[in-house]
Design a binder for this molecule. Structure first.
Ligand code: HSE
Length: 335
């Protein structure tokens, strides 16, 4: 596992003449950032992709009073902290302002949670990325999307104790993303096969990422490592070669899934349902409890989620389903 103590944001070099960056004239902005499926089964902490639905929205306003404030949060049932030091959105915006040497700027944030918390769909990542994209726009696109990644990782560190990038990098860049290395950070965009859909089902049980990370073994057998890196390489090759069969063969996880899947009701049955209904591959989304399947088209993806939800209903588990093509553009300004 990559070193947990690295201060990634400190590695971003800001050009010396950026110390008094001009605002771009905008004072209010509203941004949507997408949910993400991290790991993509075999790539624990190194692979992820973004979807068009769900996602989160952040409304940001520049004020005359220096400092970052969370004005309101909707859609979270009171679960997220309003304290600016503890909230992932405000904390990462604060880091960003510190690094561009603009602590004189005042920022008010309204966070609209439009997706379930603790679902394995990169909920904290979507909020954090929306906030960083918003402040970067307000500051005149001072940093490139890739340069925002380390600041978003700070938010993940706050949310779950470890600054993993496999949600935030695809949320910022869109598409499939490989985190080739954490130190130094090396983030690579991968191609998406045309027409590919994600079929996501969220069984409504809570699995906090922090807990789901603690249950993973920290040592692995060499034979399992060999299986795993063969699959990661196979998946990446499959994306480049547009080879759905190779992608499917590679969506196997011998390291993490055997432990984590225990927390997900109906997991094996949902796998069978997905594969019998034409899925390319199936597995846990991020740290769960959401599961996802990749499908060759929308119709197949809808068939899969419908049958999986029927199964969950039978075993008395409420669920939500999202059927989406792979998000190509990352965050967008919506107002
Ligand atoms: N790679 C992270 C994990 C993703 O599996 O813990 C969390 O969404």
């Amino acid at each position: 596992m990559p070193n947990n103590d690295l201060n990634f944001a400190d590695k971003v070099e800001i050009a010396a003449n950026n110390t008094k960056a001009p605002l771009n004239g905008l004072r209010v902005i509203r941004v949507f950032a997408p949910a993400t499926v991290a790991n993509v089964v075999c790539g624990f902490d190194v692979l992820g992709f973004a979807v068009n639905e769900p996602g989160d929205e952040v409304e940001m306003r520049l004020t005359e009073t220096p400092g970052v404030v969370i004005k309101s949060i909707s859609g979270d049932d009171g679960r997220l902290p309003l304290d600016a030091a503890k909230n992932t959105v405000s904390a990462s915006v604060q880091h960003y302002l510190q690094h561009i040497n603009r602590l004189d700027v005042g920022v008010e944030i309204k966070l609209h949670k439009k997706m379930p918390i603790g679902s394995g769909l990169g909920s904290s990542s979507a909020s954090t990325v929306a906030g960083l994209f918003a402040i970067n726009k307000l500051m005149g696109d001072l940093l490139s999307p890739k340069e925002l990644v380390p600041f978003a990782m700070k938010g993940e560190e706050l949310a779950c104790g470890y600054g993993h990038a496999d949600n935030v990098a695809p949320a910022i860049l869109g598409g499939f993303v490989l985190v080739r290395s954490y130190d130094p950070l090396d983030v690579i965009s991968l191609p998406t096969p045309a027409g590919m859909y994600a079929a996501i089902v969220y069984p409504e049980v809570d699995v906090p990422t922090k807990d789901a990370r603690q249950m993973i073994r920290s040592k692995v057998l060499l034979k399992d490592a060999v299986t795993q890196w063969g699959n990661v390489a196979g998946l990446v090759s499959g994306l480049f070669m547009n080879d759905l069969d190779l992608i499917g063969r590679s969506m196997k996880d011998v390291l993490v899934e055997p432990t984590r899947s225990i927390l997900i009701p109906g997991f094996e049955e949902m796998r069978t349902i997905a594969m019998e209904n034409g899925a390319i591959g199936f597995g846990i989304s991020g740290s769960g409890p959401s599961v996802f399947a990749l499908a060759k088209d929308e119709e197949t993806a809808r068939k899969i989620t419908k049958a999986q939800q029927q199964h969950l209903h039978k075993i008395n588990i409420n669920s939500k389903a999202y059927v989406s093509s792979v998000n190509a553009q990352g965050p967008i300004v919506i107002e």
